[in-house]
Design a binder for this molecule. Sequence first.
Ligand SMILES: [Fe+2]
Ligand SMILES: [Fe+2]
Length: 282
Amino acid sequence: MTAQEIVAQIKDLPPISEAALKLVTLLERAEANNDDVVQVLRQDAVLTAKLLRACNSPAFALEASVTSVDQAVLILGYTHVFQMTVAIAFSGTMVTRLPGYQIEANELWHHSVHAASAAETAVRVGIGMEVDPAIAFTVGLLHDIGKVALSRFLSPEAQLAVRNQVARGQPVVEAEREVLGTDHAEVGACLLRNWHLPCEIAEATANHHSPELQPTPRLSAVAHLADCLAHLTSGAPGWDAHALRGSDSVLRALSVNPTDLEHLMIAVAANHERSEHLMEVP
Ligand SMILES: [Fe+2]
Ligand SMILES: [Fe+2]
């Protein structure tokens, strides 16, 4: 089966807020500003209500309650509002149990939030590549979304076949392709393209297990690094977690030496606490 065929067969994913999708597409426009963000969010009353509820949660301990999106952007800043909006929009799809990967409810979501926070931290701390922190956060959050769709095609027999291939040393995505005809990275990219998210984010999702590094590293290298950092600093769910292969060439391409990696892991672990509120978005 192809990634498109798999995605076409999945009819029951919760719909993603159009306003949140539009917010992510704004990342492609360098000139987008806070007013654009506010305008987009105003189009979705349900999303706005959830966002305001999240802003008024004890995590932010605000003295007065936030009652509008304008106020939320003003008080908490664009970064928090963007992250919460994207988290609220996609959590419904990703909190689910994935029997094909033996992932319990919430486990994929927690891994995704950790990867998002790791990607954002990495580009803020500084790696050999300039990336907008909001783009890094989004790709970290969505890199494994294809598992939500592909899990349903991993019957116990298919799982066994993939796991046998992995035990023989084959990378997970290659084993998935051999058994199912496609892999979770391709399926994820296909979902993101169907939602008209920026090509750069779909490409990074497609290649997060085998990033493009030549002539210069692309966003997929950041997704790969963030995935590895999330595994290293907070563990990871499912049977395929043990088969994750970190790539030395990605570290070299991003100019991350062993000392930098150590510092990066400390910074990522410290920042996990700050993103914990995203695990429980409404
Ligand atoms: Fe993956
Ligand atoms: Fe992952």
